[in-house]
Every structure is written in structure tokens, then in C-alpha cells.
Design a protein around this ligand. Sequence first.
Ligand code: FMN
Length: 413
Amino acid sequence: MPNLFTPFTLKGVTLRNRIVMSPMTMYRSVDGRMDDYHVSYLGARAAGGFGLIFPEQIAITPDGRTTVSCAGIYAESQLEGLERVCSVITSMGGTPAIQLGHTGRKGSLVTPWEGGHMLPPDHPKGWQTKAPSAIAYGGDMPYAPEELTVAEIHDLYDAYAQSAKWAVEVGFQWIEMHYAHGYLGAEFFSPLANQRTDQYGGSLENRARFHLEALDAVRAVIPERIPLTMRLGADDLNPEGTQFDDAVVAIGWMKEHGLDLADLSFGGNTDDMRENIFNTPRAFVERANRVKREVGIPVGASWNLGKPQNADDVVKQGLVDLVFLGRPALANPHWPVWAARELGYDNPFGLVPDDWGWWLRNFRGDQESMGFPAAPEAIAGAEAANVAPTEGWKVDEPDASENGAEEEELKVA
Ligand SMILES: Cc1cc2nc3c(=O)[nH]c(=O)nc-3n(C[C@H](O)[C@H](O)[C@H](O)COP(=O)(O)O)c2cc1C
């Protein structure tokens, strides 16, 4: 049975381990471009041992961004920065992945530190959003989108295809489409956001059409060796919204349309959710595993898997193939090294570039002073440490009083 550090092969791509740096919007782009900031921040995570590395949701059109400070892949001027990002990740042994996105009715916002609210369409930093139906998200996103015409939907397929082609040209080895968190793809799937009466609304088949046709458009232009995956808003956790049972059926169709792996997350089409997934470690692991079993496709999941033992367990127990880490990747660029030491795996410093690794292995000094928690059994000998069978899931119950304030604030891109 594989563990967190077992390489993973999908199509023609082999990841050095199962640890994914989950896409995280940084709101640090000018005209959608990536620059030194992104190169250094992403390079550090690649040098720290992450296997698959996503920068962030990267928009396929200007109005597909969350804010004017978000990254895009809709203009040639954006390619140089993206190429530098791919180059630094690859040179450090990581695999660069792109998350292609369109925010739909959840665009035209200001950054989280400016309040995260929506700007009206006539604001210089805002725009008229477009979505499946002219229904505003509500709350601090009060401005209604315009309903996309069928011709505009078809134009979006061209935009996905062009962005995917460019992504491969600049060096991305893995393409994920962001169809979760209340963005355009998730909106099409959810009756809360999609009340169309044409072939893109109503029945499950119609609400999944935007997924299947976009997958076809991208698959047609990328090499067969490149995995095509989707982060899917698989559950709105609301009786009126996307139901997980429907998502399982639709993922089966997507598999027939070239989907190579499903990355399960929440629908994000309402704040009115019956479960607080932001604090529920296993919420999407179990859903992902159901997809793995019933659809027969590799899966990944995120949400509160940052304790090394938990991350390792979900792989060893065969529940998921990949572990996506968001906040832990922000907090600790060397999370994989730390986890390998904590878990007692052999040669944790083999995860960093050879020269640093040599020094860390051979010039050890006082273990407690090395910047990682000491894990003597992992670094003492050349033999692989014999990792004890796991004792099952170990998660501290979240302390509601401690986390409550943050939860309310958390907006996920
Ligand atoms: C600052 C920040 C930005 C994020 N941006 C994105 C994004 O662009 N695309 C996406 O799919 N998820 C985004 N997410 C969600 C993460 O990818 C991840 O799924 C989530 O944080 C849960 O994983 P964690 O518990 O390990 O943090 C973001 C999360 C954070 C904290």
C-alpha cells in the first residue's frame, strides 16, 4: 500500500510523492502576470519537497479573475511569468500544475485585506460578471451577473482550450479545472445558481454539460501524457443546492470525457451550509473515497490534512491518492521534510535539493537547533525506518471557541 512519500504516476507524469501544494490565490498580480514574488514563493515550496505544486486559480479571461490583482492566462504578456514559475518548480524536482479558473458571479471583488466585497460593474476595478443565471450570490456580493448566452458559453470553451495550450507550452505538466467554491463551473452544477431553461440548466445531464464540453475542449488540445483533472464542487451542503449523489453520477460521465482525477471540494454556492467543512478534517476524504470506489478514478482531497499522521493515514488506508495542502503549505515551505521526520521516514533531507541535503545529513550538529522537530530515528541510519501500522485517524476535535472567529472570516478562492 502506498504512503505519503510513494511516487504517483498519472498518464505520462510521475510525482515524486503524494503531497500537493493546493492552489491558493495570492492577489499579487499586475495585469494578471506572475513575477519574482511568485517565483520565489513557489520555488521555496518546490525546494521544500512538495510533489505537485499549484500556484493558484489562474483565470482564462479577464472577467474570470476574482480581483484585478489576480493571475491570468488569457494574454501572451502573462506567459513569461508563468514560464519562470514552471522552470523554478521543475528545477527543484517538483511538478508544476495549473488550475484554470473562471469566477463567474463571484468576481469583481476587492482583496480579502480590503474587505473581500464585490465592486459594482461601473467601478474602475470592477466589471459586469457573467454566470449561468442572473442571480446574485448575495451578502457582500450583491450585484447580479448577466446570464451567459449559449454563444458566450462556447467562447469560454475556446478560452479554456487556448489557456490550456499556453499552459502546456510554458511547462505546466498537469491541468486542473476549478469547478468548485462557487465559481463558474460550480455555478452551472448547482440549482442555487443555475436556473436556466435551455440545454445548460434543469436536469443533472444539462447542469453537467458545461463540465463535459469544457473537458472535451481542453482534452482535444493537450498532449495525452498531461493529466486533466477537476476540482469539483461536489456538495453545496444545502438541500436546495448541489447534492453529492449527483456529483458521483456526473463524475462517472466526466471520466468518459477525459477526466483523469477528481479533486473533491465543496460547492460554494451558498454560505448556508449544514456542515462546517472548514473545520471537518474527513469531510471530503470520505466523499473522495466514494468517488474512487464507485467511479473507479484516482482522487484527491484537501481540508485540514496538515497533521503529518493524518495525511499519511488517508493515503495508507487507500482513501485518497493525493493529499492537497493549502494553509500548511503557506505556513511551512518545508512541510514535506518536516512530515517525513515526524513520521520516521528514511532520508527526509533527500526531499530538498542535493547540496542542502548533503549538508543537513552530514553536518548535523544539535538536532533541536536545525529548524525542524528532532526525529532521530529518521536520520540516524541509511536503512528505511520501519513505520508502525497506523492506529487509525487521530484528529484533535477543533475547539469551536478558538476557531469560531477565523471561520467566519474565511473566504476560499
Ligand atoms: C489564501 C488561500 C487561497 C486559496 N485559493 C484557492 C484557489 O485559488 N483555488 C482553489 O481551488 N482553492 C483555493 N484555496 C483553498 C485551498 O486550495 C485548500 O483547498 C483549502 O485551504 C483547504 O486546505 P487546507 O485545510 O490544507 O488549508 C485557497 C485557500 C487559501 C487559504
